[in-house]
Design a protein around this ligand. Sequence first.
Ligand SMILES: C[S@@+](CC[C@H](N)C(=O)[O-])C[C@H]1O[C@@H](n2cnc3c(N)ncnc32)[C@H](O)[C@@H]1O
Length: 199
Amino acid sequence: MSIEEELQQLERFARERYIPVMVEETRRLLFETVRAARPSRILEIGTAIGYSGIVMLTAAPTATLNTLEMNETSAAIARDNFAAAGMSERVNIFVGDARETVPLLTGRYDFIFLDGPKGQYITFFPYLDSLLTVGGTLVCDNVLYKGLVEHIPDDPRHKHITVARNMRAFLDRLTADSRYRTTLHRIGDGVTVSYKLSD
Ligand SMILES: C[S@@+](CC[C@H](N)C(=O)[O-])C[C@H]1O[C@@H](n2cnc3c(N)ncnc32)[C@H](O)[C@@H]1O
């Protein structure tokens, strides 16, 4: 099966089970950004069933991927999917809560894809910043979070208000950081692409 067919099959699998994977436009942006960056070590927060991981490893055919996932069932499915794509030897899946696993990470990465718990981006940022090489790329999905980040609800009891506020704090911090050159893409649920210019 070609990688394209494999991805289509994964999309169907995810859709039928209400498992979140990225939309087509985001997939294209991620693929092109990875291809241009030519990373050798990729870190991902939020593996799900391995869809975005397969996209990134296809775009960077010699790269390795460390990917973090809390849900054991998803991680097991991802493991099978990486194997079916012939990528097992290039992937390590760390199963556990990223709030615990991220602070334990060592080494440096030249590409980081942040797509895990949406209320935690602001907490992860200092760790990811220290893990990312100068010249490296940070891509973050869902930064507009259902449109709520630019229109924070007035009702303090709104179901998503804490996530929306945290994501807003993250987006403000990232875009104000002069060490990064960040572009916000208004596609899907909002995606930032940030190039790290200095430590
Ligand atoms: C949007 S999905 C990732 C989609 C995937 N990157 C893709 O596009 O194929 C987010 C994933 O983060 C995982 N997740 C949520 N909270 C987490 C946490 N605290 N630690 C690790 N993973 C978490 C969820 O189980 C889910 O699989």
